[in-house]
Design a protein around this ligand. Structure first.
Ligand code: COA
Length: 183
């Protein structure tokens, strides 16, 4: 699977595309992740169509089961407040309180399809979309995520940095970021 193409199709049949009404969103995420499952089942299509949160899904075009979602990522526009965030070293005089960002609001992969690089693919695609489709038109410096504590090291493996403040580390969902301008 390619990590950075924004209109992906791949030789193993797995493609990434926007969520559709006909998609089968009944995925299995394990009992700890009911909220992620419920979001996809109950809210994602509605929010997607109303531009509140855009969801992109991985589906297997070679599968007998049509439109079965294997994993998903949901993106929203966001910002990082300076009260929590340090200035990037190339920004001398930025007078505003907040830096513009894209946020990974949700990310999950079906239990049967984990450990195959699908999560990495969804993150890589989010980075590519931000750089190629958003940043040329809209000020956007960071990709951010409010992570579950158990996923912090997963995001670090995928290029994110944990915001290094005591307040953030104690947070229920600590913030991690990628400075997209530096990629
Ligand atoms: C986290 C998640 C998206 C990873 O998806 P995935 O497709 O299985 O992951 P990938 O195949 O891209 O990556 C696998 C690698 O990440 C590691 N990894 C997987 N989950 C991890 C975690 N929670 N913490 C640290 N490392 C993790 C694996 O050990 C493996 O490492 P390796 O490459 O050194 O062998 C998936 O496990 C999931 O949906 N979890 C439940 C929901 C969740 O935690 N969402 C994110 C938090 S908001």
């Amino acid at each position: 699977m390619s990590e950075t193409k924004e209109n992906n199709s791949s030789s193993d049949g797995i493609i990434l595309r926007e969520l559709r009404q006909e998609d089968n969103v009944n995925i299995s995420l394990g009992s700890e992740y009911v909220a992620l499952k419920n979001f996809l089942k109950k809210n994602a299509k509605d929010y997607h169509s109303k531009n509140l949160a855009r969801t992109f899904v991985a589906v297997d075009n070679n599968s007998d089961i049509e439109n079965q979602v294997l994993g998903y990522v949901t993106l929203v526009s966001s910002q990082i407040s300076l009260t929590k965030f340090r200035h990037p070293d190339d920004v001398a005089e930025y007078p505003y309180k907040d830096y513009p960002a894209v946020k990974i609001a949700r990310l999950a992969v079906d239990t049967k399809h984990r450990m195959n690089g699908l999560g990495k693919y969804l993150i890589g695609w989010s980075i590519a979309i931000s750089i190629k489709k958003i940043m040329p038109f809209i000020g956007c410096r960071f990709l951010v995520v409010d992570s579950k504590p158990c996923a912090i090291s997963y995001y670090e493996k995928n290029g994110f940095t944990l915001l290094d403040t005591e307040e953030n580390k104690k947070n229920k969902h600590p913030l991690l970021f990628i400075d997209l301008h530096k990629l």
